[in-house]
Design a protein around this ligand. Structure first.
Ligand code: RP5
Length: 168
């Protein structure tokens, strides 16, 4: 079965990126997590991408803040899907990271998700959906997770209706 690499530029990104690891675990997708920087450790980043690809990595999730070039640098090195998570770690609250991650030149795509924790979670969902294209058991788990998420909304609606004494 394929697996996913979660990369981030600094240990300060982990509280955000942990959501991606937790979501992959929930969906039964194996992942490796590494701190590696496009700017501070460019050669180690390139070496890791080559090694991960050789070991069967199917998608890369890259989180970075500020001048967030990690996802783009990884995308330049692989034709596996790369998902970028902009992180709000700098004084510009993630807007800098969003633009740095999303504004890739044509031909080198980075699938960019929302800034911060929702983005990290969605990166894991998107990676799982990509792997599920060739894995029916994973596809069933992804579908079950969607259904559980919808059921939660239904429960919230019923609870609110009960509090307000109205029909749900
Ligand atoms: C980026 O710069 C990292 O992804 C991090 O979000 C930000 C700040 O890193 P530190 O200076 O805190 O290590 O490269």
């Amino acid at each position: 079965m394929g697996w996913v690499a979660i990369l981030m530029g600094s240990e300060g990104d982990w509280p955000t990126m942990q959501g991606a690891a937790d979501t992959l675990a929930l969906l039964g997708v194996h992942c490796e997590v590494r701190i590696t920087s496009a700017h501070r450790t460019p050669r180690a980043t390139a070496d890791y991408v080559a090694d991960a690809e050789a070991r069967g990595c199917q998608a890369f999730i890259c989180g970075a803040g500020m001048a967030a070039h990690l996802a783009g640098a990884v995308a330049a090195l692989t034709i596996k899907p790369v998902i970028g998570v902009p992180i709000d770690s700098g004084p510009l609250a993630g807007f800098d990271a969003l633009l740095s991650t999303v504004q890739m030149p044509g031909g080198i795509p980075v699938a960019t998700v929302a800034v911060g924790k929702a983005g990290a979670k969605n990166a894991a969902h998107l990676a799982s959906e990509i792997l599920a294209l060739n894995d029916p058991l994973l596809a069933a788990r992804v579908k079950a997770d969607r259904e559980a998420s919808a059921a939660k909304v239904g429960e919230q609606n019923a609870r609110l209706a009960q509090q307000r004494g109205q029909k749900s």
